[in-house]
Design a protein around this ligand. Sequence first.
Ligand code: IVH
Length: 686
Amino acid sequence: MAKDRADNADDVGAERAAALRELIEYHNDRYYADAAEIADAEFDALLRELIELETKYPALVTADSPTQHPGSTQQSTFAPVKHRVPMMSLDNAFSNEELVAWGERVERALVGGIRFVTEPKMDGLAMSLLYENGKLVSGGTRGDGRVGEDVTANVRTITEVPRTLKGKNLPSVLEVRGEVYMPLRAFEELNRRQGDAGLRLFANPRNAAAGSLRVKDVSITASRDLAMFCYQLGAKQGGPTLRTHQETLAWMRELGFQVNPRIEAHDDLESVYAFCQSMQEQRHSLGYEIDGVVIKVDDLAQREELGFTSKAPRWAIAYKFPPEERTTLLRKIQVSIGRTGRATPFAELEPVFVGGSTVGMATLHNQDEVARKDVRPGDTVIVRKAGDVIPEVVGPVVQKGKRRKPKWKFPTACPVCGSPLVRLEGEANHQCINVECPAQRVQRIVHFASRGALDIEGLGEERVSQFVREGLLVDAGDIYSLSLDRLVALERIGERSARLLLDAIEASKPQPLWRVLVGLGIPHVGPTAAQALATGVGGLDRVASATVEELVECEGIGQIIAVSVQKFFGLDRNHLVIEKLRAAGVNFDGPEPAPVIEGAASLAGVSIVLTGGLERQTREEATAALIARGAKVASSVSKKTTFVVAGESPGSKLAKAESLGVRVLDEDGLETLLSGGPDALPDLPA
Ligand code: IVH
C-alpha cells in the first residue's frame, strides 16, 4: 500500500519533470535565438521547480536534463532559505592570553572538569545541509545567519556531500553544518585553467569556493572539485541521543559525512594552546586553507549551561592565527604606470609563500614610503600578509656588517615611454606626463573593460597589453572594432576564446550610461558620481556639453567633479574615443531612471555608506552592485543614511552610524540586501 503511493508520487513527478524539461529546453532555445517569450524570472521558476523535483526524486534525473547540461541553464537568483536554528558566528581570540581568558571564564561558569575539542578552522564558507528521512533536501549558505541562499542544486554536485544518509535510526529531520572549501590542489588547477582561458584568477581558495558554489550554472560547480568538512548539527528530530561533541562527530562520520581527521580532545588549556601552535606550524602542509583553530566545549549539557551571547556561543571560540611574516630577497624596485599616469614603486621579490599565497610583488606606494622603510634592492626584507590583505613589505632585515646598496632613487623617466616622471609640489606621487604612454593606454582600456565599468570579461591586463603592442588597440573605442580574423591571427588566442571575447564585447554595448561614464576614466568620477550624472543630467552628450554651473545643479555633483567633467570633455583626444563608442552603438542614452537589474531586488530610495574592507568583493564591485539596484552610495553617514556596511577594520563611520542609530550590516547582510532587498534582512531584536 505504502509502496503504491510512492510509485504514484513518482509517476506524477516523472510526468511533471518531463514536461518541465521540454518547456525549459524550448524557452532556452528561444532565449538564445534572441526571441525570449517569457521573463527570466519565469524561466528561473521552471528551472527551480525541476531542480526541486529532481532533488526530491533523484531517480528522475536524466543525463539530458537541462539541470545537467553545461551552460544551457541559468539560475539567475537564489531563493532564500530560512535557517531553523540561526547560524551564529564565533568570538575570536588573537593571543594565548585571550584564549586563556576565555578558558578561565568557561571554567568559572561550570562545575566539574571540562574537556575541550579543537578543530582546524576551515577557511571556506559555512553550509547548512538539511536531510529529511535520510535524504538531502536542501543546502543553504549562511547568509546573515537567519536567512541564507538556497544552493541545493550546486551542493548536490559536491561528492563529499551524501545525498542519502547511511545507517539505522535516522532522524526524521537533521541539519548538518560544516564548511565547503576548495582543496589547494584544486584551487591551483582551477586558476591555471582560468588563466589559460584568459579569465579572471581567484584571489584565494575561499573566494574560489564561494564563487564556484554561488553560480547560476550548476555544471560549473560540478567541475570545481569542492569538498566539505562537517563540524556541527543544527536542527535534529529523532535519531540517537548524543552527549558530547566527540560522539556527535563520530556519528556524523557513520552517517557518511567527512569530518576533519585532525580534530582532537584536550583536558586542559595548555594542551589546547599546544594544538593551536602545532596547527599554525602545519597550516601550509594540510592541503587546504585554515585561518585558525576552533575550540569547543565537548560536553553538550555544559554547552547548554553556558549558552550564547547575542552573536556567538559562549562554549566555543576561534583562535585566529596572527598575520604571517616571511623574509625574502628584494630583487629590484620597479615603477608601474597607472591609467592616469601615476607612477607607483613596487618591490620585485624572490617569490615567497606567505599568508596562504605566493607573493612575488608588493606595492611600495610612493617615494616617501620607500624612504621611510628604507628598503633597498638586494636587501633581505620582511613580507607580511594577513588573509586577503594585500601583501606588504614591512622593512629590511639589516644585518650587521653587511654592506647594502645605496638608497634607491626614484627614476626620472617613465620606464615605458621614457617621458619625464614629475612630482608636483604638495603631491605624494610622481606622474608620467605623456598621455600617449602605452602603459597608460593599457590601463585606461583595462579600466574601461573592468567589472565596475563596462564589465567585459577576458580583457585583463595581459590581453590588453598584447593588443596594444600588436597595434589592435589604441584606446577603449577600438575595443569595438576587434574582429575574429585579427584576433585569431595573434599568438596565444584560439578561435573559441576569441569568439567568447567578441561576444562579451557585443554584450557590453547596452550597458547603462553610468557604466560608460565610469569607463571613460574621468578623474573623480567613480560609480556614485557617474550615477548622479546619468540620472540627473541626461545622456552622454548632455553631460559632455553641460557647463560647470549646470553640472553642480545636479544632486551629488560638487565643484571638483563638475570642473573635472568639463575639462575631460574639453579635450580632443577624449572626443575621439567617444565618437568611436558612438559609432559602435554603445549606449549613451539618458536621463537614466535609477537602474534596476531585472529580477534583482530594488534598492531605490536606500542610501548606503560602506566602511572597512570587504572580503568577498572589492568596494568598487559592491558600489556598482548597489547602484545597479537603484541604491545611493554615499561617502559620509548622516541621518538620511539607511544602512552602513561595515567590513574589516571599519573607520569612524561605524561609530557615527551607531551614534545616529543607523542600522549596521556586515558583509553577509550586504549580500542579503543585494539578493533580497531590505525586506530580506532579518528583523532587529526588539
Ligand atoms: S563551529 C556557532 N567549527 O568559522 C558557530 N566553525 O567564525 C559554529 N568555521 O561561520 C561554528 N571551521 O563558517 C565551527 N571547525 C569549525 C569551523 C568553523 C570554520 C567557520 C564557520 C563559522 C565561522 C565563524
